[in-house]
Design a protein around this ligand. Structure first.
Ligand code: ZN
Length: 403
């Protein structure tokens, strides 16, 4: 609701906005670390300063009690209601490597895997083969042809690749062929709704031709398909909020979701936080007025249950803040796309702390950027897709509603 209204009221001028995402930042208190969350434990003098000069709150990426994937979590903070705008992982993977998806394309993620005798899955990631080997395998699959269907196979990273089918009448009501477990057979191609019969045939043909090509290869002699997604174009941040947006992200999935929202990609050189800060600065110098910057490793450490590493990743991000302050942003927002509590080793439904610095704020209400302080901060608790309105307002990019 507020994003739609913000779209109607948005102005084509105003301040420059940085949206910095520490992926999976939210956590829960952990008894063996003094009942503190990683954000509470971390030494974060720079974020503390932004907090006392700015305002805190917390967002619900989807809704209370709902655990989001990273795709919906990001779409929400970009101002899209993630329940209305559904995007499958396959499409994100393809967009993330810069593939130009067309309306109606069907994309799926490929995992190269190791199959034993009688086709049982021994390793769902084929020992995380190198990206070079992945690229070689993908080349060998490029010979696959299916009448009436254009097929594109592209490498992503390590054991991950993606396939795009282009034809009329494709459906994404197709179940993953990855059973998610070793010791099982890959699943058959199963339609999850009527009208997917043609697609089932296409995918079965692709899998059978690829099994012939991969037969006898070591260690990747099979593939699993996941995240079937039909590509539908979405209105961009330019269409919706009159922004000229850029993205700085190291991982394909986040580059994918950013390109869906119409953000131009800026490469991080070197591929770390210092490179990301440089890329953000370049984007501002190029006239971009909205920059999304993604820090992945708070999420990976949470998923590994590694509390101390998550603390270090937060501190690393904190060290990057002086550089971000020099880029020339008028509004800086630091938040996450969801919570990834270390004791759970999974994404969770817990609200995500939000810090907004810049523009007129009810400043001075909070002292540290933590879950505890964010839960009673001046911004309150709101839906993730309402964040964009708060950022646009802080940057002076929203007109008054009514006379
Ligand atoms: Zn995430």
């Amino acid at each position: 609701m507020s994003a739609d209204l913000a779209s109607q009221l948005s102005l084509d001028h105003g301040g420059k906005i940085l949206l910095a995402i520490m992926d999976g930042i939210g956590d829960i208190p952990i008894p063996q670390f003094g009942g503190l969350t990683p954000l509470e434990k971390a030494n974060t003098p720079n974020m503390d300063k932004l907090t006392s000069d700015g305002a805190l709150g917390q967002h619900l990426p989807v809704a209370r009690g709902i655990t989001p994937g990273s795709g919906p979590g990001h779409l929400a903070v970009f101002g899209y209601d993630p329940v209305k705008f559904l995007v499958g992982r396959g499409a994100l993977a393809a967009l993330g490597i810069g593939f130009q998806l067309q309306h109606g394309d069907l994309a799926a993620r490929i995992n190269f895997c190791t199959l034993g005798e009688n086709k049982v899955i021994l390793d769902r990631r084929a020992g995380r083969i190198s990206t070079e080997l992945c690229t070689e395998l993908v080349e060998s699959l490029k010979g696959i042809t299916i009448p009436g269907v254009e097929i594109f196979v592209e490498p992503v990273k390590e054991h991950r690749a993606c396939v795009i089918f282009r034809s009329k009448g494709l459906s994404d009501s197709i179940h993953d062929t990855d059973p998610g477990l070793v010791g099982e057979l890959p699943l058959g191609v199963i339609a999850t709704a009527k009208g997917a019969e043609f697609t089932v045939g296409v995918v079965e043909d692709f899998i059978s031709q690829s099994s012939e090509i991969l037969r006898g290869k070591v260690p990747a002699n099979g593939l699993l398909l996941r995240g079937f997604a039909l590509h539908e174009e979405m209105p961009t941040l330019t269409d919706r909020f009159k922004l000229n947006p850029a993205a700085v992200a190291l991982y394909p999935m986040y580059r994918g979701v950013a390109s869906l929202a119409g953000m131009e990609q800026y490469d991080s050189v070197p591929a770390d936080l210092s490179g990301e800060v440089k890329a953000a600065k370049k984007a501002v110098m190029d006239g971009k007025d909205f920059v999304f910057l993604h820090h992945k490793y708070t999420d990976s450490s949470g998923e590994d249950g590694d509390y101390e590493r998550k603390v270090r990743e937060i501190e690393k991000f904190d060290n990057a803040i002086p550089g971000l302050l020099e880029c020339g942003f008028d509004v800086i927002c630091i938040t996450g796309d969801h919570s990834t509590p270390c004791p759970m080793k999974l994404h969770s439904w817990h609200p995500v702390p939000v810090l907004i610095y810049g523009g007129p704020q009810r400043a001075g209400w909070s002292a540290r950027f933590t879950e505890r302080e964010a839960s009673v901060g001046a911004l309150g608790t709101f839906h993730g897709h309402e964040l964009m309105a708060l950022l646009l307002a802080a940057a002076g990019r929203l007109a008054k509603f009514g006379a």
